[in-house]
Design a protein around this ligand. Structure first.
Ligand SMILES: *[C@@H]1O[C@H](CO)[C@@H](O)[C@H](O)[C@H]1NC(C)=O
Ligand SMILES: *[C@@H]1O[C@H](CO)[C@@H](O)[C@H](O)[C@H]1NC(C)=O
Length: 463
């Protein structure tokens, strides 16, 4: 009887026996457990399963990481950010190659999608991603090896926040809409329309932003956008400019009866001299415009109005704005940090260089003067806080925290959108720096931002 039992136990040990054996392996001297356990990882798992101290270390580390995320993320709302995202869709090759609608490296373009729910299923936000521009062929070649030039590098999903958030508290008026964020992979605000292929370092480069935009819209039309009742075209930075360049064109690709508006964010990159009086940014935009043959990818009426030498202006918001017929609510900072840094070359915090305060104010006045046309418009609204910030729609804190004339962007936009505030009065202009207490102008914030700007300091000086 005893013998039989032993044999049985040998071939099929009881759970307690396994547990004890594993416990011994895991806790006894390494020479004993090494042969039985295999890799470190496996040993760790065994240890973790049976050693309460390992569990404690794990839990404490996890709590610490959550704490760090809460400290450094955009407020505790980082939690919404983690749970609200779009899934990647890359267009099938055969859908794009016949149209030549490809990213810089010739790969098919794509977008991130989150389907709407409940009452939002027939409403769409189409959001154009930002990401600067490439200014010459070597620069575009470099970009073609990144997610801003090739779908080979697109991530599987993308965090949606702010205007794209699915949280009813962050985004009460649009949280249940369909959201499609179109990936920016052409380097020219979806405006390039160059037919020939450029070869650099043995690699073929394509400048086809406008065809990419069309292919993405056609694809969405075949996947639910054709049922849309309401559409808002939005986008940030280079994508905010793209909204102004293409708003009327996008309308022509949508169902005829759709209720259509646009919300361009941070798309006014002022055509102005830098702080030492040199022409700089316009030279770069001219290069990009000519290199990518953008005359075929921007507003036709604008191009008709200009001479060949000034057509590039149709590629900058301050000149292109007046041709746009779509009702727009424009949001832009009066002290956009991207433009202060890369266009104006003002690279110090106002407290650190008080002697440059009048220069800083000069910049702000320039923004007021180029946006004066929006103030006068009978169809458009504008929200222009005096914050040291670039994008305003894409994070919960920028979407809700900055207040101008008693209203944040979220509510200002909705009052204009729903018609509660007529466009002629939907003009939220702020006092100059440093009057707005809701704006993040601390030195600590400035240092954090400029660290990032320095890391992206691409600037090829125009010779
Ligand atoms: C202004 O632009 C010129 C021309 O690109 C450049 O040489 C100069 O360094 C710029 N000024 C500053 C302060 O960066
Ligand atoms: C873009 O280029 C193609 C091919 O050259 C041309 O047929 C088309 O009309 C251009 N698009 C625009 C908007 O000019």
């Amino acid at each position: 009887m005893r013998e039989a039992r032993t044999r049985y136990a040998h071939s099929n040990p009881t759970p307690d026996e396994i547990r004890n054996a594993l416990w011994r392996m895991a806790t006894e001297a390494p020479t004993n457990c090494q042969p039985a356990t295999g890799g470190t990882w496996r040993r760790f798992l065994v240890q973790f399963r049976y050693d309460v101290r390992y569990k404690m270390v794990f839990i404490v580390t996890a709590l610490f990481l959550v704490w760090v995320a809460l400290q450094h993320g955009p407020r505790p709302r980082v939690l919404h950010y983690m749970w609200s995202y779009g899934d990647l869709v890359v267009l099938p090759e055969d859908e794009v190659t016949s149209q030549g609608a490809v990213c810089l490296d010739g790969s098919p373009p794509g977008y991130y999608l989150r389907r709407g729910t409940g009452k939002g299923t027939k409403n769409w936000i189409i959001y154009l991603e930002g990401g600067g521009w490439c200014w010459d062929i070597p620069d575009c070649y470099r970009r073609s090896h990144t997610e801003y030039g090739s779908s080979k590098y697109f991530k599987w999903s993308f965090g949606f926040d702010g205007f794209l958030s699915n949280s009813p508290s962050v985004n009460p008026n649009f949280y249940n809409w369909n959201m499609a964020m179109l990936k920016y992979c052409d380097g020219a605000s979806f405006a390039g329309n160059r037919t020939d292929v450029v070869v650099h370092e043995g690699k073929q480069l394509y400048f086809r932003g406008r065809r990419v935009l069309r292919a993405l819209l056609d694809h969405l039309m075949a996947h639910g956008l054709d049922q849309a009742r309401r559409v808002i075209l939005s986008g940030v930075s280079a994508g905010g400019l793209a909204v102004m360049l293409h708003a009327d064109y996008v309308k022509t690709r949508l169902p005829a009866h759709v209720i259509y508006h646009a919300l361009p964010d941070a798309g006014f990159f002022p055509d102005m001299r830098n702080i030492t009086g040199h022409e700089h940014i316009r030279i770069l935009y001219q290069r990009s415009f000519n290199m990518q043959h953008c005359a075929g990818g921007v507003d036709k009426d604008c191009i008709k109005d200009k001479s060949e030498e000034t057509q590039w202006q149709c590629y900058m918001a301050q000149y292109a704005y007046k041709y746009v017929q779509t009702p727009m609510f424009i949001t832009n900072s009066g002290y956009d940090y991207w433009s202060l840094w890369f266009i104006y070359h003002l690279r110090c915090h106002p407290e650190q260089c008080p002697e440059k305060r009048d220069k800083l104010e000069g910049y702000h006045k320039k923004i007021l003067s180029i946006t004066y046309q929006v103030r006068k418009s009978e169809k458009d609204g504008i929200f222009l806080p005096s914050c040291y910030i670039h994008s305003l729609t894409s994070f919960a804190y920028t979407w809700t925290d900055y207040v101008v004339s008693g209203t944040n962007l979220r509510d200002a936009f909705y009052k204009w959108y729903s018609g509660k505030t007529p466009a002629v009065v939907a003009n939220y202009f702020d006092e100059p720096y440093p009057e707005n207490p809701t704006c993040p102008w601390t030195l600590e914030f400035y240092n954090r931002v400029t660290q990032r700007l320095k890391a992206y300091d691409f600037f090829v000086d125009p010779e």
